[in-house]
Design a protein around this ligand. Structure first.
Ligand code: HXC
Length: 513
């Protein structure tokens, strides 16, 4: 027996070395951790339980029978993060460049099936040269098996993808279907076709970094939600992100114990400028309202005119969607609508209540916006809010104009509580624009048109540039003093914690994608 145990030990020791020390050194020389080091950093100490360690490929072409590495380029394991069960796979670049073979794919599929059956998140650490070239269509089939599972698991368990090396070709579509993608700066890239193909087909010369590096996807394409400076930071971000999410769609995220104290927010009103034309940073308001240092921003560099992210309020996880007056005056445009709609749906499928902070002058006008489909993209946000069944609260800090008022989680589309500060202006449009349209004749024929415009503007502002018209109709539940915001929100969310709201029976809705 001892001989057999020794044989097992020697096989496992060989597996621990992946593609061998030389390739491990090469991985380190690029500033990257190995797959095994990444998993160990991710999981609670001593909690990693690897399975499929002795799996090998089944390829006998191109001399592959001479190159057998245990694990076949991917490590699959379960373990815990802050004592919560997770399933994790990490592609091992030291084995055939982490390329995906039939057996490599089978390991990932087995892991995903287990995660689904046991209602636990899946975390994929990607670092791969793509399809195992020696295997042809068997590799492509393996990818499709994974994509299919990604889709089936979507909305059931959280799926997080970390891109920590190459991720190219069709391989990008597994991360693309998951809930969150985080990329490591300078050592990872994602693209469907790389710089060489781009040069051949379009004659454009572009580096991998600019075509599909972390910054590109965070700010230009919006494909990724988070970036990290290095592997270590990436793993820490994944762990933090997970703390805001539940294990699966049947439960709520774990709350941190919180004792109510004096929740008065002194001085918060001074953030809003006297003039409605002046910008201010909505993140200053977010920071004051939520639990200290609990804001975890998502999609920070993309469509900065809207801010989305997770936070805690009295220890409970919430999702925040907030117009940002600092950028494009907080207008809704194509990208902001897509960004916010995606976030709203992410929160809704994982039972995370939504808080909307509204200061929106309307949709961004222009041919660029119209031609890029502001109609169907704006509709995505309207749709996402309308179908969300989680507790939903809106606070209007200043402007709530036009169609954007309806879209930003208004009472009319199912919000549970709508609050406004006394500084709120809820109207079809700003006073100046409105006056110029409805009093045009009177102003033009006045002895002093400039003064007439000012008078009419004042009249309009007094009537509509406030929250009281909306409050009188019940469209606003309460006009609150800014200092009371935190306690009001804590109490309101607490009252909604057992909310039940079911959508009409259907196969699925048809969101304007
Ligand atoms: C098999 C691969 C491989 C692959 C890399 N290797 N990619 N083996 N299939 N796809 C092996 C190399 O032979 C090498 O083996 C080791 O991995 C490391 O690769 P290097 O080239 O030495 O590393 P590096 O210089 O860092 O370059 C990494 C790379 C490059 C940029 C990823 O290897 C590369 O371009 N690979 C091919 C990428 C590709 O075209 N993949 C298919 C895309 S199409 P040794 O033995 O020397 O260590 C696709 C379709 C998916 O993925 C479709 C899904 C629907």
């Amino acid at each position: 027996m001892q001989n057999k145990i020794n044989q097992l030990r020697s096989k496992k020791e060989e597996a621990l070395l992946g593609g061998g020390q030389k390739r491990i050194d090469s991985q380190h020389s690029k500033g990257k951790l190995t797959a095994r080091e990444r998993i160990e950093l991710l999981l609670d100490e001593g909690s990693m339980e690897e399975f499929g360690m002795l799996v090998t490929h089944r390829t006998y072409d191109f001399g592959m029978e001479e190159q057998i590495f245990y694990g076949d380029g991917v490590i699959t394991a379960f373990g815990t993060i802050y004592n919560r069960l997770v399933y994790v796979y990490a592609q091992d670049f030291t084995v055939f460049g982490g390329s995906l073979s039939e057996t490599h794919a089978e390991k990932i599929c087995k892991l995903m099936d287990l995660a689904m059956r046991n209602g636990a998140p899946v975390i994929g650490l990607n670092d791969s040269g793509g399809a195992r070239i020696q295997e042809g269509v068997r590799s492509l089939a393996g990818y499709a098996d994974i994509f299919y599972r990604n889709v089936r698991a979507s909305g059931v368990i959280p799926q997080i993808s970390a891109i920590m090396g190459p991720c190219a070709g069709g391989a990008v579509y597994s991360p693309a279907i998951t809930d969150f993608i985080i990329m490591v700066e300078h050592s990872s890239y994602m693209f469907v076709t790389g710089p060489n193909v781009v040069k051949t087909v379009t004659n454009e010369e572009i580096s991998s970094e600019s075509l599909g590096g972390a910054h590109t996807h965070a700010s230009k394409s919006g494909v990724t939600q988070l970036t990290a400076a290095n592997d270590y930071e990436c793993i820490q971000s994944v762990k933090k992100l997970l703390t805001y999410l539940p294990q699966n769609c049947e439960v709520t995220p774990e709350a941190i114990h919180y004792e109510l104290a004096d929740e008065t927010l002194l001085g918060i009103e001074s953030i809003i400028p006297e003039s409605a034309m002046q910008p201010y940073d909505i993140k200053h308001i977010i920071e004051k309202i939520i639990d200290v240092d609990s804001f975890f921003e998502i999609h920070e560099e993309y469509a900065e005119n809207i801010v989305v992210g997770f936070a805690r309020l009295a220890g409970k996880s919430i999702g925040i969607v907030a117009n940002q007056p600092m950028v494009l005056a907080g207008c809704l445009d194509v990208n902001a609508s897509k960004k916010a709609a995606r976030f709203v749906r992410t929160c809704d499928c994982f039972n995370i209540p939504l808080l909307v902070l509204e200061d929106v002058p309307g949709f961004l006008p222009g041919s660029d916006q119209e031609w890029n489909g502001i109609i169907s993209n704006g509709a995505k946000l309207l749709y996402a809010f309308s179908e969300a069944t989680v507790p939903r609260i809106t606070l209007i800090t200043r402007k709530a104009y036009g169609g954007a008022y309806d879209v930003m989680n208004s009472k009319h589309i199912g919000s549970d509580f709508n609050y406004a500060w006394p500084s709120a202006e809820i109207a079809v449009m700003g006073a100046k624009g409105a006056t110029e349209i409805i009093f045009k004749k009177e102003i033009d024929s006045a002895n002093d048109p400039a003064q007439a415009l000012l008078d009419k503007e004042k009249e309009y502002a007094e009537k509509f540039a406030n929250p009281y018209h909306a409050a009188a109709r019940g469209f606003i539940d309460e006009v609150i003093e800014p200092s009371q915001t935190r306690i009001k929100l804590i109490k309101a969310f607490s009252s909604l914690q057992n909310k039940v709201d079911n959508l009409p029976r259907k196969k699925h809705g048809n969101i304007p994608l």
